[in-house]
Design a protein around this ligand. Sequence first.
Ligand code: NAG
Ligand code: NAG
Ligand code: NAG
Ligand code: NAG
Ligand code: NAG
Ligand code: NAG
Ligand code: NAG
Ligand code: NAG
Ligand code: NAG
Ligand code: NAG
Length: 492
Amino acid sequence: MMVETLTLGRFHHHRLDFKRWIPALVTSHRTLFTCLWIAAFASIFVWQRHIVNGFFMIGRSSARPMPKLRPVAFNLTDFGGVGDGVTVNTKAFERAISVISKLGKKGGGQLNVPPGRWLTAPFNLTSHMTLFLAEDAVILGIEDERYWPLMPPLPSYGYGREHPGPRYGSLIHGQNLKDVVITGHNGTINGQGQTWWKKYRQKLLNHTRGPLVQIMWSSDILITNITLRDSPFWTLHPYDCKNITIKHVTILAPIFEAPNTDGIDPDSCEDMLIENCYISVGDDAIAIKSGWDQYGIAYGRPSMNIVIRNLVVRSMVSAGVSIGSEMSGGVSNVTVENLVIWDSRRGVRIKTAPGRGGYVRQISYRNLTFNNVRVGIVIKTDYNEHPDAGYDPTALPVLKDISFTTVHGQGTRVPVRIHGSEEIPVRNATFRDMSVGITYKKKHIFQCAFVQGRVIGTIFPAPCENLDRYNEQGQLVKRSVSQNVTDIDYDI
Ligand SMILES: *[C@@H]1O[C@H](CO)[C@@H](O)[C@H](O)[C@H]1NC(C)=O
Ligand SMILES: *[C@@H]1O[C@H](CO)[C@@H](O)[C@H](O)[C@H]1NC(C)=O
Ligand SMILES: *[C@@H]1O[C@H](CO)[C@@H](O)[C@H](O)[C@H]1NC(C)=O
Ligand SMILES: *[C@@H]1O[C@H](CO)[C@@H](O)[C@H](O)[C@H]1NC(C)=O
Ligand SMILES: *[C@@H]1O[C@H](CO)[C@@H](O)[C@H](O)[C@H]1NC(C)=O
Ligand SMILES: *[C@@H]1O[C@H](CO)[C@@H](O)[C@H](O)[C@H]1NC(C)=O
Ligand SMILES: *[C@@H]1O[C@H](CO)[C@@H](O)[C@H](O)[C@H]1NC(C)=O
Ligand SMILES: *[C@@H]1O[C@H](CO)[C@@H](O)[C@H](O)[C@H]1NC(C)=O
Ligand SMILES: *[C@@H]1O[C@H](CO)[C@@H](O)[C@H](O)[C@H]1NC(C)=O
Ligand SMILES: *[C@@H]1O[C@H](CO)[C@@H](O)[C@H](O)[C@H]1NC(C)=O
C-alpha cells in the first residue's frame, strides 16, 4: 500500500518535471517516449529495491539488509522466535545460541534479530558469536522476576550489592567467553526497568536487581551500534574482562527515579576502550570499579588501561564519569578525554572511603566540557557504604597522580571539590588550562582539603591555596604551605 502511494508520488513528480522541461528540451515524440520509459523504469527499480529491503514489513524506506559478519548467519525466526512483544522467546534464543556454540572452530556464528519486539527471559551468550540487532529490533526483558535466575554474588563484592546472598543474573549474560560481538543497526535491548525500580523502592525485592548486559571472565568483547535502555540495575557490566571495546552505543534511562541505572561499569577490567557513546541515565553514566572492601581486596583484580573518549553524558543523580566507590582491587592508567557533560549534578568524580584499600592512580582527564553541571570535579574520601561490619577501617586507599588538562564549560556552581582527609590525602594532583564559567560566586568554589599538587599557568576560577603555583613554562612560582587546609562547603 505505502509502496504504491510513494511510487505514484514519485511518478507524478517526474511527470511534473517533464511538463516543465518539455518545451525547452523535447523536440520529438520519440524523445518524449524515451524519457517516459526511463522514468517508468526508474520507478520500478526504486519499488523493487524497497521490496528487497523488507519495506512492506516495517513500513519504512530506511530498512537495511543485515551484513554477514560470520561464516554462518541465522535468523531468530529460524528457531521459532516471534517478535510480537507477547510471545516469550527465551527458548528461541537458547536454541540459536546452542547451535552457534558448536561453530566456534569454523569462525563462529551470527544471530540476526529482525525488526520486531522480542520478549525474553535472561539468556547466555556463547563464544565466537555476533548478536546483530536490526534497526527496529527490540529485545525486551521480561518483567516478572520469577523468570530471572539467581546467581551467586560477585566474588569481589561478597554480596548481591543490595541484598546479601544471591543476586538476579543479567538479561543478556556471558561467562568465560572469548570473541563476542553485540552490534546492529542501532537496534535496542530494553530491560523494562520501570517495574524493577518500583519494586525496589517499595522494598518488594529479596535479591539484588540484575544488570541489562553482564559479561564476566571474558576477553575480546566488542559492543557497537546498539541502544541499551531502561536497565533494571547497572546497564552494561563487564566484570573481570580483558580487551573490551564499546563504541557508538546509546544508553538511556530516566534521569530521575531509575535507581542505580549506571551506564557502563568496567569492573576489574583491563584494556578497555569506550568511545563515541551517548549516555543519559539515572545514576553514573560510567563508573569504573574493582570490588568492595574486604571482598575486593581479597579478590585483588584492578581495573586498568582504560580509555574513555568522545562521549556526551548526562547524570542528574550522580556523575558523568566516576571511579569507585568500589575500587578495592585498585584503578590505574585511565584516560578520559573529549567528554561533554551537560545538565548534570556532577562532572567527573572519584569516590572512596576508609575500608576500601586499593588505589586510584595514573588518571588523566583531558578536554572536559561542563555545560550546566553543578559540581565539576569531585574527589570524595568518605563514601562510607560498606558491605558489612567486617571491613577493615585501616585499609586506606591511595589516591595520587591525577591530572586535569583543558577543562572548560559554563553554568557551573562549584568547579572543583577535592575532599581529601588526613587518612586519605590526595597526592600529586595537577591542573592545567582550566576556565569554567561559574554561576554563583567567586569565593570558596575551588574547594580543597588535604590535597597536594600543582596548578600550571593561569586557571579560572582561582585555585585553592593548597596547590603549588607554576608558570606556563613549568617553573615553580610559589610552593604551598597549606596543603591540608580545609575549605569544603557542601551547601554551595
Ligand atoms: C528473518 O525471518 C523473517 C521471517 O521469516 C523474515 O521476514 C526476515 O526477512 C528474515 N530476516 C533475515 C535477515 O533473514
Ligand atoms: C548462564 O550461565 C551461567 C554460568 O555458566 C549459569 O550459572 C546460568 O545458569 C546460565 N543461565 C541460563 C539462563 O542458562
Ligand atoms: C540510536 O537510537 C537511539 C534511540 O532511539 C537514538 O537516540 C540515537 O540517536 C540513534 N543513533 C543513531 C546513530 O541513529
Ligand atoms: C520475598 O520474600 C518473602 C518472604 O520470604 C516472600 O513472601 C516474597 O514473595 C518474596 N518476594 C519475592 C519478589 O521473591
Ligand atoms: C581484542 O578484541 C578484538 C575483537 O573485539 C580483536 O580483534 C583483537 O585482536 C583483540 N586484541 C588483542 C590484543 O587480543
Ligand atoms: C555505527 O555507527 C556509526 C555512527 O553512527 C556509523 O558511522 C557506522 O557506519 C555504524 N556502523 C554500522 C556497521 O552500521
Ligand atoms: C595505559 O593504557 C594505555 C591504553 O590502554 C596503554 O596503551 C598503555 O600501555 C598503558 N600504560 C601502562 C604504563 O601500562
Ligand atoms: C575537545 O572535546 C570536544 C567535545 O568532545 C571536541 O569537539 C573537540 O574537538 C576536542 N578538542 C580536542 C583538541 O580534541
Ligand atoms: C605526578 O603525576 C604526573 C601525572 O599526572 C606524573 O607524570 C608525575 O610523574 C607524578 N609525579 C610524581 C612525583 O610522582
Ligand atoms: C598533610 O597531611 C598529610 C597526611 O594526611 C601529611 O603526610 C603531610 O605531612 C601534611 N602536610 C602538611 C604540610 O602538614
